[in-house]
Design a protein around this ligand. Structure first.
Ligand code: PLP
Length: 426
């Protein structure tokens, strides 16, 4: 028995499923999750002492690589002054100013402690602001686990086959309308059907919780138009894409201005941080200036702010995101060429620092339906073959992969060579 196997057995006695977030349990791929003891740069190390090239990056935050020395230093310096005050600090202002500078659609921003809190609060705000109850989301998009949003969701909910979790009253779920990602006709039809009732549309502008599916041309532009025409709030959930697809997020990459934006992952530099922000007029609708309640004991925590602010400063380097996208492109093209050579049907997608690959005959995957029709058995085998090769990919066919600034050309080439050997064994 490996040490990870032993730890997993022990964990299951006191933690449901042995994990504190479902996708970590490897249910999507089978086998035993690796227990991680440390991470440095591009690598994670498991309890058995094996080293992996990591493409999970703590599910997105570690865009600058693990344990970045300057972020670590910022945290250590902040710790000297105490861990939490529950009172305002100047670092929060610096953070808000930085976010506003990087994401111009954000005029005011509120910090929270997770992506779920960000989307949940943005939805409440949109409902309060418009006085409407219904919200529109897209099948396969995951926005955290708040009740209204765990309807036809992606990510772990997709892998586990519980798109509608028990525990969510039908009376809540009935206000969540769902249509197909990348299908503007369905959006227009549902707005016809529920005229003047839809408070907001929430979308992952690049879907990253049903593998990686970028928007088709004109889709986000169309959404913007429909929302404006219907006085619905357009919410971009950039918890995954923010500061990753481009410095200004997917909204900058695709040049669309949402009304509200949700952030998470990268914004905390590895600490628990989320945020939501947008138009001043809407943001001033939350307490204490407005009537919509929203709060948090640890919101804007000084240690988390220090880490996040340093991460955003480091990410602001000219050309960094172009380099990141070049890495995603090289990886995808390398996988494609290796698959073609070995006769494996594969297609890939990428946007900025996120990527996905699909075992399918389809030339391009642009829909949730196509993503779910891919060869999941083949993915599972491939995942474990890559793990044997020392490459740690997301343990689910429905999660995007992430590159960091630390992934060198050599590591990407090694990953492609490992994939070629793995494809040959499928
Ligand atoms: N929104 C998106 C797009 C996400 O990918 C996630 C998490 O993966 C969330 C929201 C929820 O964030 P958190 O897990 O920090 O609550």
């Amino acid at each position: 028995m490996t040490i990870s196997q032993d730890l997993f057995k022990r964990a299951q006695d006191s933690i449901p499923g042995g994990v504190n977030s479902p996708v970590r349990a490897f249910n999507g791929v089978g086998g035993t999750p690796l227990f991680i003891t440390k991470a440095e740069g591009v690598h994670t190390f498991d309890a058995d002492g094996k080293q992996y090239i990591d493409y999970v990056g703590s599910w997105g935050p570690m865009i600058l690589g693990h344990n970045h020395p300057e972020i670590k230093q910022a945290v250590l310096e902040a710790v000297e002054n105490g861990l939490s005050y529950g009172a305002p600090t100047e670092t929060e202002i610096l953070m808000a100013e930085k976010v506003k500078a990087l994401v111009p659609s954000i005029e005011k921003v509120r910090m929270v402690s997770s992506g779920t809190e960000a989307t949940m609060s943005a939805i409440r705000l949109a409902r309060g602001y418009t006085g409407r109850d219904k919200i529109l989301k897209f099948e396969g998009c995951y926005h955290g686990h708040a009740d209204s949003l765990l309807v036809k969701a992606g990510s772990g909910a997709l892998t586990m086959g519980v798109p509608n979790s028990p525990g969510i009253p039908a009376d809540f779920a009935k206000h969540t309308l769902t249509v197909s990602f990348n299908n503007l006709d369905e959006v227009k039809a549902i707005f016809e059907q529920y005229k003047d009732q839809i408070a907001c549309v929430i979308i992952e502008p690049v879907a990253g919780n049903m593998n990686c599916i970028p928007p088709v041309e004109g889709f986000l532009e169309g959404l913007r138009e429909v929302c404006t025409d219907n006085q619905s709030v357009l919410i971009f959930d950039e918890v995954m894409t923010g500061f990753r697809v481009a410095l200004g997020g997917a909204q900058q990459y695709y040049n669309i201005t949402p009304d509200l934006t949700c952030l998470g992952k990268v914004i905390g530099g590895g600490m628990p941080v989320g945020a939501f922000g947008g138009k001043k007029e809407i943001m001033d609708y939350i307490a204490p200036v407005g009537p919509v309640y929203q709060a948090g004991t640890l919101s804007g925590n000084p240690i988390a702010m220090a880490a996040g602010l340093k991460a955003l400063e480091l990410l602001s380097k000219e050309g960094l995101h172009a380099e990141l996208e070049a890495k995603s492109k090289a990886l995808c093209e390398g996988f494609q060429a290796a698959a073609d050579e070995t006769g494996i049907a594969l297609t890939t997608n990428y946007a900025g620092g996120m990527f996905g690959f699909f075992f399918t005959d389809a030339k391009k995957v642009t829909s949730y339906q196509q993503a779910t029709e891919c060869d999941l058995e083949r993915f599972k085998k491939f995942f474990h073959l890559m793990l044997d090769e020392g490459v740690y990919l997301a343990p689910s066919a429905f999660e995007a992969g992430f590159v960091s600034t630390m992934h060198s050309d050599e590591e990407i080439a090694n990953t492609i060579n490992a994939a070629k050997r793995a494809f040959a064994k499928l």
